[in-house]
Design a protein around this ligand. Structure first.
Ligand code: SF4
Ligand code: MG
Length: 283
């Protein structure tokens, strides 16, 4: 069985020292090992942004896609080879701005993919502009007078879109983050894991200390029931989206690929594809 170190390749990450994304990478590697995966059973598909580099740093199949398009690629990979465990990853700009249309429809489609968003509430790669996750009043080069737009709530959107797994964590809490990624990998359907992952270079407001002061850990609520959709929505709104932990899980709904004709559990998928290839070659 592979150890977490075997999910690391020899490429040195070029994130800034202190960037939250280092811990996210470490958590993915640990979770992959903990659920018993081998590197050849995992594909990591990423979008564009600092966080998008992650697919190049993990010893697994990987594809560094185009901006906002990690999810269409990841869904294609999963449908082509449903034996693979597929992780899609990227930043808040990638997934909640240019890629938001894909995010919403991937959530409601419910393929068995784990989507990990490194949410630093800014565009880091392009050197610090306001993202949909930036707070109102947030000053950057693109909003020198402060942002006048409402902050997007990905957790509320995910719940409204019919998500079957919604979690949020903090890159500093490696134990919780690893456990949530493991739970996401084990969930049979689409898992959204939004991770507060500070950008130490361009976001001087949402710092490690700021997150530590503002995060509300669901562990504080022992009676919280993550299978209760209404309770999940209420808790997201009560905490202004700052809660961490497993927020919602629905294990009743089947994943998309198991509902596609010809992709049933009996293993007909590859056989069907092979037949159609044979037919194609005879044409
Ligand atoms: Fe991380 Fe920000 Fe540096 Fe990008 S610019 S690597 S997000 S700290
Ligand atoms: Mg970002």
């Amino acid at each position: 069985m592979a150890t977490f170190k075997e999910f690391r390749n020899n490429v040195k990450p070029n994130w800034c020292p202190g960037c939250g994304d280092f811990s996210v990478q470490a958590a993915i590697q640990r979770a992959a090992a903990n659920v018993g995966l081998e590197p050849e059973q995992l594909a990591v598909i990423s979008g564009i942004g600092c966080s998008g580099r992650i697919s190049g740093y993990i010893n697994a199949y990987g594809l560094h896609g185009i901006h906002g398009r990690a999810l269409p690629i990841a869904q294609g990979v999963k449908l082509a080879n449903r034996e693979l465990t597929v992780i899609a990853s990227g930043g808040d700009g990638d997934g909640f701005a240019i890629g938001m249309g894909h995010t919403v429809h991937a959530i409601r489609r419910n393929l068995d993919i784990t989507y990990i968003v490194m949410d630093n509430q800014i565009y880091g790669l392009t050197k610090g502009q306001t993202s949909p996750r930036s707070a109102e009043g947030f000053k950057t080069k693109s909003t020198p007078e402060g942002s006048i737009e409402t902050t997007l709530s990905p957790l509320e959107i995910a719940m409204s879109a019919g998500a079957t797994f919604v979690a949020q964590s903090f890159s500093s809490d490696l134990k919780q983050l690893t456990a949530l990624i493991e739970a996401g990998l084990n969930h049979k359907g689409f898992s959204l894991i939004n991770v507060f992952s500070p950008c130490v270079t361009f976001n001087k407001v949402n710092t490690y200390d700021w997150f530590k002061e503002n995060i509300v850990n669901l562990d504080q609520f022992p009676d919280y029931d993550p299978t209760n959709r209404m309770a999940a929505m209420n808790k997201i709104m009560e905490t202004n989206g700052m809660l961490t932990g497993l927020i919602y899980q629905n294990t009743e709904r089947q994943s998309y690929e198991n509902l596609v004709a010809g992709f049933q559990e009996q293993g007909l998928a590859n056989q069907d594809i092979q037949l159609s290839q044979d037919q194609f070659e005879k044409l």
